[in-house]
Write a protein of this length. Sequence first.
Lengths: 218, 548, 324
Amino acid sequence: MTEALAAGVGVEVLEQFESEAQQRRAGILGMWSWLLTELLLFAGLFLIAVVLRVQYPDSVHQAVAHLKFWIGATNTAILIVSSLTMSTAIELSRLGHQRLMVRAMLATVALGTAFILLKSYEYYVDYVEHMTPFLNRPFELADDRPATLFVNLYWVTTALHAFHLITGVTILVIMALQARAEGYLRRHQNRIEIYGLYWHFIDLIWIMVFPILYVIGR
Amino acid sequence: MTTTAYRDTAVPHGTIDAPDDYLHVTHTLRSWLLTTDHKRIGILYLIAITGFFIIGAIAAGLVRLALVVPDGSIFTNDTYNKLFTIHGVVMVWFFLIPSIPATFGNFLLPIMIGTKDLAFPRLNLLSWYIFMSGALFAMAAVVAGGIDTGWTFYAPFSTTYSNGYVILALVGVIVVGFSSILTGLNFVVTVHTMRAPGMTWFRMPIFVWTIYATSLIFLLATPVITIALILLVMERAFQIGIFDPALGGDPVLFEHLFWFYSHPAVYIMVLPGMGVISEIVPAFSQKRIFGYKFIAYATIALATITFFVWGHHMFVNGQSEYASMSFSFLSFAVAVPSAVKVYNWTATIHKGDLRLDTPMLYAMGYIGLFVLGGLTGLFLATLAIDEHVHDTYYVVAHFHYIMVGGTMLAFLGGLHYWWPKFTGRMYNEAWGRVSALLLFVGFNVTFFPQFLLGYLGMPRRYHVYPPEFQLLNILSSAGATILAVGYIFPMVYLLWSLWFGKRAPDNPWDAKGLEWMTTSPPPLHNFKTPPVVDFEPYDYALKVPERD
Amino acid sequence: MNGIGNPLDIWPAAASASAVESDMLILAFTAVILLLTVPIFLAITYFAFRYRQGVAADRTHSEARSNLIELSWMIIPFVLTLFFFFWGARMFDAHRHAPPGAMQIDAIGRQWMWKFQYPGGQSEINDLHVPIGQPVVLRMISQDVIHALYIPALRIQMDVLPGRYTDMWFKADKPGSYHLFCSEYCGTDHSVMGGTLTIMAPADYQDWLSHAGSDTTLGAAGEVLFSSYGCAGCHKGDSTVRAPSLVGLYGKPVPLEAGGTVEADDQFIRDKILTPDKTRIAGYKQVMPSFKGIIAEDDLLRLIAYIKASGQKTGRADDHHSLP
């Protein structure tokens, strides 16, 4: 750890580790490894979307025109702000301001929830507009196969991302509840750091999803 | 340095159980199912994969039974297809991939690098539960009525035309993938951060190197098959139009995504076996391993090259001619690090002090069969030969030489080698040697005829075949019965040894390595006192020429 | 003559010069491999006896590691085997390019049968007849899942994909009957999706063709379809709709709306019929409807044969499309 920690902030060393530094290093490396696999998971979808764009620019243009750009843009802004609140929580945890940290975490939860609500609304509008080629309902671009696939990919990708976000919000709520306990930062400060990596990663994925699906070729 | 440096010398070995060894600290079923001890989790995997092996082996036996007659009169074509699919899916995903990494890797990796446990013990237990729930889905698919896609799940057959419970089986495989990822992650972090003082990278046993390389493949390749299979499920459930050409998709895209994972998966199965052999050969030659660094580098080289050869499964599917040539060339390059290992093992045996005990017999069998399997792989990488033998029994024989002749023999060799350490009991040596020999003979009788069948032109996954192939098929099926006996023997005498075997000393083979410096079985935290490593790997005594 | 083997065979019959070369390749490769591996097997066996515990032997060795030894057993075998990589790649390359003037036979795979269409309009199920000495190119497509056409006696196979043509060519030189198989797993009756390849002397082949029964050539059948599917309504010269004439189109570059050109080959014509929106032709409005699900694979091949022949009528008479 390069960042200086305030007095009374630290990690209760688990049985299998020899030192706090070792435990921190293991936790961070573990989360990075996990995020690497997550990135590869999404990379497959991104690759297919990009190939579709290159091969069938017209079809993709038609499909992209039907996506709700402003909802996507607002959601991007929401997630960027949530990254800021999460970073604040991490910084506060290092300084030992436990109560303030919990509030920053709850702010992050609120922003994450706002994203999910807005996304649900977007899905609802998509449904009403029959932007659901995978269901047995009429779909405007049904004859245009690449456009259909692109819209289906939109659903798979955003649903996979939403799943990650819902998981992330759930974990964050549990952590925020635990972190109200006296002495949490003395025992588990590393959890905030490790979780922060995950939250930033979800934001990063969305920041890639947004241009690849919504923006380019609009 | 004595071999008992890290055991409590107050407890005389060979007389009573060390009271706190990992098997005896607690006894309840609950203490096993909720354990976070890497050793117990290794044993849980061992029990689970043995069960899956039996299921896969029964399916294989029925496949061989069906092929005794050429007209397919024993089962219906549909039943036959389901049988070979069960065999493939279960053996690949529920036996071979977790076999050595999840059992021996779990049990031995922390001990071999001198630490108390893996970095994330609870995650490790979670991996086992994820593995079992994935297996539950796959077994549910089998019980519900089976699947007939083959383990390769090629689209558009799997997405549109198959009538089986494809989604259920796919979900099982996807879930198991997460178990692999989490196990690999745990191993990578453990090797990076948990090594004992003095345990530098080049003091790690080759087994640890191979498990580390395997874990990297788990991390880098598994997500690709996960997303490919998720898209396959979506295609089957919602016709999203990605793989089925009738919906505008491209079935060859699935082949690419599938083999981008499944070729590296071959190395998930092969590398740990090489690691096991690299432990057994020096121990039973009482000699330092020849070319340690070359073997370590060759391990990493194999784990790297394996990501660039997936296209050699698709020489005849219409992929670009020049892509095929590149993949062919890169596949030839795989032979280099593989040859490094084989030549170094041979050089290790040279001038050794050889004991031909059961593990060593398995290891020598492994070297022979792996060489044959590897070199027939070189034939398959040759474009003009692949055009003939692709998707024939030649391929079936080739990968069984690698998977059964290679991985399975290494697994059994390792199981015998470390059995005293796992259980604290010795098995019956005579029975061990007999079954090693039976397996070797049975294996060759089963699979060598399949090379001939393949070159004669018998396609794989054929239930009905031309009558002139019957003789070789009967020979192969006869070999399978010998093979079956060779599998049943160890199951019986190893189990028997748990209750009636002699107590095992700490180091029955006079082998080097941290796992032999602790008690058999090891205590809960592996060592009485945390080890400090001040010796090189495989530090068997040198017999220096006298004139020096 | 019968090329189908008997139970004591350990080597398959070879019915083409290329098959014989394949055999030579694998035999020569095997010889080199044996040269590299037999010493290992002998050494391990010898060491197992020589250095067995309790046997008196010179066991002195030093820790010195020879990098030269390591490098030599890395590089020498690799270089030796590379020769076979080049040999295999050269043959593979030759197998990808059919000689000009090869006779085209269409192959359509579907669960679980093969259909072959000859230039003269004849067609067969699961049986393929070819003359010796004549290069034959099989143009293959699947109606459903992936299949693969495999002819062991010729040492060749090729996947048969849905939605995309693949080619496989050969020049048979030994009359007889041989197996043909589907080698890519395709479902329940995969293992019975096979048939017989009959290789015949040219005169016998002509005789067989004339008895195989067909009034019209493939191209002529295509011409009938060209009218019955309504293609002629727009693509004939005197049509009211402005659509390109297809006479002489085959093999020519077609300018695209997005710039560049594409060669009008079988795949292009097929795609243009089934998914006309996919590629837009420069100078024409895209008004053509899709015929996906309307025209079956065998009829598509007949239409392509017609379009191909329509160009050749103005030039040299096409010998194989005018066979009886």
